[in-house]
Write a protein of this length. Structure first.
Length: 326
């Protein structure tokens, strides 16, 4: 069965790293059909709309979407796309690759972050002049859905534990529910269920991230801790992410448009190629996904490397090397 992939390079270095990742996808044995679509600042300037209808339709029709980055219009692009695919899970692996200068070279963890609720539910108001409030939403259904996703992910990927991160000692009702449901779901799996308070987790990650594998978090905690984890493994050019939903999935590098280097052809394509590897695995091409990841790993170890990693190679040369190693 052919899978349809919506390809949205977006702005800045998205225009460079996404075509490189698509070349890698084409070099695999996966049966994929690519549909190019526009989003971001450039199309907004031309048409007034950062996410044209044709792009929405392409995302809705696709089995998965590969997105580069959007500049000023990022929120107008990414949030509606997450909604279109019904995304409830943000999956952000933070892995230190050999040959890359990482704070903690043995880090290999995945943050599974609930993607729709908490303080990001968007319920804020000014109830009186100078007095503002934000409503934190945690539901049993959404907590169950993300917990099932995290435990399933852990079981499928050979982990022996899931760490539930929360602040239920203070937010007793909301995080209390998140925690309770996570433990309930965890009891159905042959996996250890561990828990760490979110503030303590920040210290643990900085001191010794190697003790963690799959980390399940509510929305805001996951956002902050995954950026912390990114810092531990050597920077933005290497971090992939997935937004997984009921109606599809969207894969994107964690980095943005990098206007300082856009147009020079020197952006590191690794994060986007690793996002493409996650896309392959999501569609069931596990072997192809692993092959792509291995090829990226060998390339990071043996070169060529882009300037952000101390090399002199262009984006396309790195992609060529990955393809050769496939
Ligand atoms: P945006 O406003 O789109 O988020 P930004 O520059 O604020 O852009 P990033 O795009 O994430 O944020 O870039 C932060 C820094 O990391 C920049 O100096 C950029 O050059 C560098 N960087 C990010 N991604 C890459 C990459 N793929 N290859 C090389 N350098 C990168």
């Amino acid at each position: 069965m052919t899978h349809e992939i919506a390809v949205i390079p977006g702005d800045g270095i998205g225009q460079e790293v996404v075509p490189a990742a698509v070349r890698v996808l084409r070099a695999t044995d996966a049966d994929l059909r690519f549909v190019e679509a526009e989003a971001g600042d450039a199309v907004a300037e031309r048409t007034g709309d950062p996410l044209p209808n044709a792009t929405r339709e392409a995302v809705a029709a696709a089995d998965a979407t590969l997105l580069g980055a959007a500049g000023e219009t990022a929120a107008d692009v990414i949030l509606p796309i997450r909604e279109l695919v019904g995304s409830f899970a943000n999956v952000r692996p933070a892995r230190a690759y050999p040959g890359v200068d990482a704070v903690h070279p043995d880090t290999d963890l995945v943050i599974v972050r609930e993607n729709t609720q908490g303080v990001y539910a968007g319920i804020e108001s000014e109830i009186a002049p100078g007095v503002t409030t934000c409503t934190r939403v945690i539901t049993e259904d959404a907590s169950r859905q993300i917990a099932e996703f995290a435990f399933e992910y852990a079981a499928e990927n050979g982990h022996d534990a899931v760490t539930v991160v929360h602040k239920a000692n203070v937010m007793r009702t909301t995080d209390g529910l998140f925690r309770e449901v996570a433990f309930e779901v965890g009891a159905e799996y042959d996996l250890a269920v561990e828990e760490v308070l979110m503030d303590a987790m920040a210290t643990h990650l900085a001191l010794d991230p190697t003790q963690y594998g799959v980390v399940l978090t509510p929305n805001l905690a996951g956002d902050v801790l995954s950026d912390l984890a990114a810092g531990l493994v050597g920077g933005l050019g290497l971090l992939p992410s997935a937004n997984v939903g009921d109606d599809g999935a969207m894969f994107e590098p964690v980095h943005g448009t990098a206007p300082d280097i856009a147009g020079e052809g020197i952006a590191n394509p690794a994060a986007t190629i690793l996002s493409a590897a996650m896309l392959l695995e999501h569609l069931g091409y596990d072997g192809e996904g692993a092959r792509v990841r291995d090829a990226v790993e060998t390339t990071l170890e043996d070169g060529p490397l882009t300037p952000d990693l101390g090399g002199e190679a262009f984006t396309d040369e790195v992609a060529d090397a990955v393809i050769e190693r496939l």
